[in-house]
Design a protein around this ligand. Structure first.
Ligand code: FES
Length: 175
């Protein structure tokens, strides 16, 4: 994969860096842009971002690995991110992860062989009052929350998600 922004992404990049006092301050939005452009943040993408921002690659590595919203591996059509921070943990977040692992046949950090689902564990998603919950991020950029989960509700949600995923193409880096 050639790591270079498309014309459209390049225009967004130029706009972004013009709105921040220095390139370092623009790093997080530029990483978002890179993720939507390349699908995930590989070492090559980190190097590209460091080059384009003229910052040391370790600064990009630190930011990309600190924040869970930057994907360090190819992601399936639907990225299920289960919150296991306090409220969700107390309300059964880890049981939701166990159930998803059993049902999808993958472990946290993995993608189903058909490229449909990637499963991750994340920090608080600001929906603590409806714990336990997960966020589903789709390859078309849509994001949806599923809340007050239990095994029965997870089954329903996976059915809904599978129907929705029929209409979505595999992300370009999953072929
Ligand atoms: S603790 Fe899970 S959303 Fe806040």
């Amino acid at each position: 994969m050639a790591v270079e922004f498309s014309e459209e992404a390049e225009a967004t990049f130029q706009d972004l860096i013009s709105r921040y006092p220095n390139n370092l301050a623009a790093m997080l939005p530029v990483l978002h842009l890179a993720q939507s452009e390349f699908g995930w943040i590989s070492v090559e993408v980190m190097d590209y971002v460091a080059n384009r921002l003229d910052v040391h690659p370790t600064k990009v590595l630190n930011a990309a690995t600190f924040y869970t919203m930057y994907n360090k591996q190819p992601i399936g059509k639907c990225h299920i991110q289960v919150c296991t921070t306090l409220s969700c943990a107390l309300m059964g977040g880890y049981e939701i992860i166990d159930y998803l692992e059993d049902t999808l046949g993958i472990r946290v950090g993995e993608t189903t062989p058909d490229g449909r689902f990637t499963l991750s564990e994340v920090e608080c998603l600001a929906s603590c009052g409806t714990a336990p919950m997960f966020q589903a991020s789709f390859c078309d950029g849509e994001i949806e929350y599923f809340e007050n989960l239990d095994a029965e509700r997870v089954d329903e949600v996976l059915k809904e998600l599978n129907e929705k995923l029929e209409a979505l193409p595999l992300p370009k880096d999953m072929h």
